[in-house]
Design a protein around this ligand. Structure first.
Ligand code: RP5
Length: 161
């Protein structure tokens, strides 16, 4: 099956966070690739990735970065493919730096920005699944089932742990 989602991240150190997205895409049966593409350390790689993304058939890009997190925004500047940004949690500023770097895009080049950290990475995969499900009835059924199972797993009442 052709790869429809590109997961990109600024560093190997982002992978434990971004793996949350990959795991959910696996669960939902969505083919993806995962690459390290740094806005600052590998700008040529970023450029080539963005330039070839449409022709390679990618439908959604999930981009995670931390600190001066310019990767999602730069990718949104280079391709019209929807970019979902994941602010990776940082030690110095707890990921608020990442969040603001990704969120405050100038008019014209949007990035759909998720929550900081693992929950944001997981939600990025679910957001990508929702987009792809618009044109894929089988995936829509799998996503609906996943959502129903999550809902069913929530107990009515709390109990002492
Ligand atoms: C960013 O700098 C990466 O996205 C990562 O979150 C952060 C730190 O990178 P490393 O110094 O751990 O490689 O570009």
């Amino acid at each position: 099956m052709a790869v429809s989602v590109g997961i990109i991240m600024g560093s190997q150190s982002d992978w434990p966070t971004m793996k949350e997205a990959a795991t959910l895409l696996d669960t939902l049966g969505i083919p993806y690739e995962a690459k390290i593409v740094s806005a600052h350390r590998t700008p040529d790689r970023l450029w080539t990735y963005g330039k070839t993304a449409v022709d390679r058939g990618l439908k959604v890009i999930i981009a995670g970065a931390g600190g001066a997190a310019h990767l999602p925004g730069m990718m949104a500047s280079k391709t019209r493919i929807p970019v979902i940004g994941v602010p990776v949690q940082t030690k110095a500023l707890s990921g608020v730096d990442s969040l603001y770097s990704i969120l405050q895009m100038p008019r014209g080049y949007p990035v759909a920005t998720m929550a900081i950290g693992a929950a944001g990475a997981a939600n990025a995969a679910l957001m990508a699944a929702g987009i792809l499900a618009l044109n894929d009835a089988a995936l829509a059924a799998r996503l609906d089932a996943w959502r129903a199972a999550l809902s069913a797993s929530i107990p009515d009442e709390p109990k002492d742990e």
